[in-house]
Ligand binder design. Structure first.
Ligand code: NAI
Length: 241
């Protein structure tokens, strides 16, 4: 068991990537806190992994602080935070509304800031921590119709590198995973023709599975990655090369 006795918060833990990660982390011995905007789904997933489900909107600072105090009250520490919650609200630059911009930035970017800032004092106290942020290949490459999303995911990379520099000396590593195109409820909304076009661009000729990403999260959470800090690991089947 790679995570025996570790306490992990997975934001967006009831979604495609988060749920799979909750299962994998629990199977490696972690106590999993499934933190999701959809409280009922969070509780359902938590029941399946013998963990704790909490409803939280990561864009709301007070809700994030409440979530962290509940976890500390219950477990006394937080070893691993996976900043996985994220949304898309696509539109070309010409058509993008202020609300589409603000909403995506407040969840994908400010949400990562809120959660990390809230857990860090507890990790510093323990002299140990693993922060794993979910970026995206579009944070480096941009993508048609995703000004807001690509900007938020580029910010995630910048925060990852900044925090790695600030927190390494405290025993905390901060890394990011940059998924390519993964089959989850987020991508299932896309037309079949678009999905087929994506597969053809991937050198492995297939879309990723949630397990492909969960495996990368697990690696970054485990002792095997203890000398990796500030890295952004693409998990994209070769799409970005
Ligand atoms: P998903 O839509 O299946 O799951 C996202 C989860 O986040 C949902 O359960 C949702 O309720 C939760 N969530 C949304 N807003 C929230 C908020 N304000 N506070 C707390 N929870 C909130 O999406 P998926 O595919 O599992 O994505 C997970 C992460 O991976 C996201 O950050 C996404 O941007 C990123 N990603 C996904 C890719 C893909 O192809 N599926 C590609 C690249 C990155």
């Amino acid at each position: 068991m790679k995570l025996e006795g570790k306490v992990v918060i997975i934001t967006g833990g009831a979604g495609g990537l988060g749920k799979e990660s909750s299962f994998l982390f629990a199977s490696e011995g972690a106590q999993v806190v499934v933190a999701d905007y959809h409280e009922r789904s969070a509780e359902e997933t938590a029941r399946e992994v013998n963990g704790v489900g909490l409803g939280v909107d990561v864009s709301k600072r007070d809700q994030v602080e409440r979530m962290v105090s509940e976890v500390i009250q219950q477990f006394g520490k937080i070893d691993i935070l996976i900043n996985n919650a994220g949304i898309t609200m696509d539109s070309t630059l010409v058509k993008m509304t202020q609300d589409q911009w603000d909403t995506v930035i407040s969840i994908n970017q400010t949400g990562v800031f809120h959660c990390t800032q809230a857990v860090i004092p507890h990790m510093i106290k323990e002299g140990f921590g693993r922060i794993i942020n979910t970026s995206s290949i579009v944070g480096r490459m941009g993508n048609f119709g995703q000004t807001n999303y690509a900007a938020s995911k580029a910010a995630v990379i910048a925060m990852t590198q900044t925090w790695a520099k600030e927190l390494g000396r405290k025993g905390i590593t901060v890394n990011a995973v940059a998924p390519g195109f993964i089959m989850t409820p987020m991508t299932e909304k896309m037309p079949e023709k678009v999905l087929q076009g994506m597969k053809e661009k991937v050198s492995l000729q297939r879309l990723g599975t949630p397990r492909d990403i969960a495996n990368a999260y697990l690696f970054l959470a485990s002792n095997e990655s203890s000398y990796i800090n500030g890295a952004v690991i693409p998990v994209d089947g070769g799409l970005s090369i």
